[in-house]
Write a protein that binds this ligand. Structure first.
Ligand code: C2E
Ligand code: MG
Ligand code: MG
Ligand code: MG
Length: 288
């Protein structure tokens, strides 16, 4: 019912903006309380080795069980937590929690943890990681840290050294969402990275019209550069067959195998089946 004249629209606009600012303020207040109130939870999604069919790693994915809104996606949490400077505390909680939960899994299975740029670029990131390993008792070889291109493009000398030290510690570094940024793989390769996760967008239309050339090229180049290759977002058996064909892709992740599931469920799954992939692609064969 805003007036049609300029002034009415202006007022209407202001009101809407105020609502957004208010909503954001409430979200921030809620987020601050959430950590203390233990409203956060980690879900886990398996990465499956294509040769053995076994789960090698489970990626920790943040969920927020908001008392009123229900489950809130990390896409809505992480950027706000970054703006608020809360990401360091939240990231620390995620890191320690995920290391502790991985300790309950069968021996070789690793945990992959997403580090946002601000979390990665805190001065004592190495100390944080060492501490999490120490208090959990998790060997460094079972920890994988996922960073994105944007983390690499900032403060590059420091970044290079930090990655080198983490690698020396025995932790694996994985480049997440590759292909969504603008850097070439050969540039990114100047950093010590052990894994490349090819973004799900590379799969769009792959089983119908789009040629596989791009995905195969990126996979082959990564593999030739000595990195292992993961394709994320596998939803169909056709996609799985297509990416498996030439043997350059090491691991795959996606709804075909399993959606992200709560900690207790991933634990049951890993312990019961050793996480072996079934004929239909699924690794989750336990009753829901
Ligand atoms: P990501 O690290 O690339 O994680 C993969 C996202 O794709 C997850 O969404 C996952 O549920 C979804 N996914 C997996 N398989 C499929 C599939 O087959 N099809 C489709 N359509 N989607 C699939 P989620 O859990 O909503 O997380 C979104 C993003 O939020 C993550 O992308 C990551 O960037 C960020 N994130 C999640 N947890 C954390 C965290 O603990 N810390 C930080 N810093 N970021 C996180
Ligand atoms: Mg990730
Ligand atoms: Mg990803
Ligand atoms: Mg992604």
């Amino acid at each position: 019912r805003a007036k049609a004249d300029g002034r009415g629209n202006y007022c209407f606009f202001r009101e809407e903006m105020a609502q957004t600012v208010e909503a954001r303020r409430i979200l921030e207040l809620d987020l601050r309380k959430a950590l203390a109130n233990e409203e956060f939870e980690l879900y886990y999604q398996p990465l499956v080795n294509l040769k053995s069919g076994k789960i090698t790693t489970c990626e920790a994915l943040l969920r927020w069980n908001h008392p009123v809104r229900g489950t809130v996606s990390p896409v809505d949490i992480i950027p706000v937590a970054e703006d608020m400077g809360l990401i360091v505390d939240l990231g620390r909680w995620i890191l320690r929690k995920a290391c502790m939960e991985c300790m309950l899994w069968p021996e070789p299975v690793s945990v992959a943890i997403n580090f946002s740029p601000q979390q990665f670029h805190q001065r004592d990131v190495l100390t944080e990681v060492r501490y999490a390993l120490e208090v959990s008792g998790l060997p460094a070889s079972r920890l994988e840290i996922e960073i994105t291109e944007s983390s690499l493009l900032r403060n590059t000398q420091w970044t290079h050294d930090a990655l080198q030290q983490l690698h020396a510690e025995g932790v694996r570094i994985s480049l997440d969402d590759f292909g969504t940024g603008y850097s070439s793989l050969s540039y990114l390769h100047s950093f010590p990275l052990q894994k490349v996760k090819i973004d799900r967008s590379f799969l769009e239309g792959i089983d119908s019209d789009r040629p596989l050339t791009l995905l195969r090229g990126v996979a082959r180049l990564s593999s030739d550069l000595g990195m292992s290759v993961v394709v994320e977002g596998i939803e169909t058996n056709e996609q799985l067959e297509l990416i498996s064909a030439d043997g350059t892709v090491t691991e795959a992740q996606g709804y075909l195998f399993s959606r992200p599931v709560p900690a207790q469920r991933i634990r049951q799954l890993l312990n019961a089946s050793q996480g072996v992939r079934q004929k239909d692609g699924k690794v989750l064969s336990l009753p829901t």
